[in-house]
Design a protein. Structure first.
Length: 431
């Protein structure tokens, strides 16, 4: 039986980062035919697509230096153009900081609710916010919650925000104060709020360019592609695939936690009970090619909270980076609501009607193709069971010399930079 110091499951960003920073005696096992994981780029008729929006937001100096070293002069900086479409109107993102332009009755309800919430907070006291619905009402008021936060996030998760805690918000929900909300309602907002006000992206080749650059720094002889593990023994420390069994000292897994538990022949009953507590939306989306040059009024992405649309977000990567679509064409990624079971034909029909409604296309034939894609893991649902179940599983595996990392390995909501940092930290802990 072959022996390896470190086995890494998955050649996404977290797995590649672990290999890069760890070095030494390691083996990476990847089920697909090339590295990248969810950062792989798909080419359809010369249109380049990612698994929906994959924009690179960097805050950590170590990762900034790494990306600059991997892709010198190859990244472009894009200033975000994002909007919400509701009540037949476009407003700037984030909704809570840009109410200007909404119908007067909606604007009044949102603004009155925001002021009432601000007065309540100023009166003192710290009410226990049991869920994301409480969180939005407390911070933004009932109007903003009713017209955007609740319907949008219900479509995204497929469950009510009353079932979700506010744990996931972290840095991802912009928090304007009441002065900024009032300014935004008056059309005086000039500040680009949120962690993604600008982002980096490869000038050519799609986001997989970053994964390929990471892989280029590693020994290809230490990778096995097109291979899925059959069984793992976390007690005896071996992994089986095909007719082979490899012994390891340490295991770093970027598999989704439920998949890791399913493979582990030694998973105790409490781990199998805990993993059944984990919930996640399904990522169902459509890659679309258009015979128009600039869709969505030039926006990089738009949010659609209203239930009448079977999608919650539409983005155009080619609006941000022209090389992602052929000359004179453009691309869309359309994320389908989790609270609806719309057939493919209905989604395409609704999309074409919407694009005509906003003036992107004039006739259906300008939709060149619509390729549906599904990934079993979309957005982690941070319900009341999530944190305890996740920590129980991560602690159990850490005690078995197994580090479960990455977005779904750590069962969290994070960015590509966080995935790279997960690999860096895993490598440091293995030393």
């Amino acid at each position: 039986m072959q022996r390896v110091d470190v086995v890494i499951l998955g050649a996404g960003l977290s797995g590649l980062s672990t290999a890069l920073y760890r070095g030494g005696d390691y083996l990476v096992i990847e089920r697909e035919g090339r590295p990248g994981g969810l950062t792989r780029t798909e080419d359809i008729e010369g249109f380049l697509f990612n698994h929906t929006g994959h924009w690179l937001h960097l805050r950590d100096d170590r990762i900034k230096a790494l990306v600059a070293d991997l892709l010198p002069g190859q990244m472009v900086t894009v200033e975000r153009r994002a909007a919400i479409y509701t009540s037949g109107r476009f407003t700037r993102f984030p909704f809570q900081g840009n109410l200007h332009g909404l119908p007067s009755d909606v604007l009044r309800e949102c603004l009155q609710g925001a002021v009432s919430a601000a007065v309540g907070r100023a009166a003192g006291g710290s009410p226990k916010l049991k869920n994301f619905l409480d969180y939005t009402n407390h911070h933004f008021g009932e109007g903003i919650a009713r017209h955007f936060m609740v319907p949008y996030n219900t479509k995204l998760w497929g469950v009510s925000p009353a079932e979700v805690t506010a744990e996931w918000t972290q840095r991802f929900v912009p928090m304007p104060d009441i002065t900024q909300i009032v300014d935004g309602a008056l059309g005086l907002s000039r500040e680009a709020m949120g962690y993604n006000a600008s982002f980096l992206y490869p000038a050519v080749g799609g986001i997989e360019t970053l994964a390929r650059a990471l892989y280029g720094r590693l020994d290809p002889q230490r990778f096995i592609f097109n291979t899925r593990p059959r069984r793992i023994s976390t007690k005896e420390k071996w992994i089986e695939f095909g007719d082979e069994r490899i012994a390891y000292q340490h295991l770093v897994s970027s598999l989704a936690l439920p998949d890791l538990v399913a493979l582990d022949v030694d998973a105790p009953p409490q781990a199998r009970r805990a993993v059944r507590r984990l919930r996640c939306s399904v990522l169902r989306y459509v890659n679309v090619g258009l015979d128009v040059e600039t869709p969505l009024d030039g926006m990089h992405w738009i949010y659609l909270p209203e239930a009448k649309y079977p999608f919650y977000r539409i983005g155009s990567a080619s609006n941000a980076v022209r090389s992602l679509a052929p000359a004179g064409k453009s691309s869309l990624y359309v994320e389908i609501a989790n609270d609806q079971e719309a057939p493919e034909g209905q989604v395409v029909r609704a999309l074409a009607d919407f694009l005509k409604e906003i003036g992107t296309i004039q006739h259906d034939k300008q939709v060149r193709f619509a390729a549906f894609r599904t990934h079993p893991y979309g957005y982690v649902i941070f319900d009341k069971h999530c944190a305890r179940a996740r920590e129980s599983l991560l602690s159990h595996y850490a005690a078995q010399d197994v580090l479960s990392i990455g977005r779904y390995g750590a069962w969290t909501y994070n960015s590509m930079e966080d995935a790279i940092l997960d690999g860096l930290r895993a490598a440091e802990s293995l030393r």
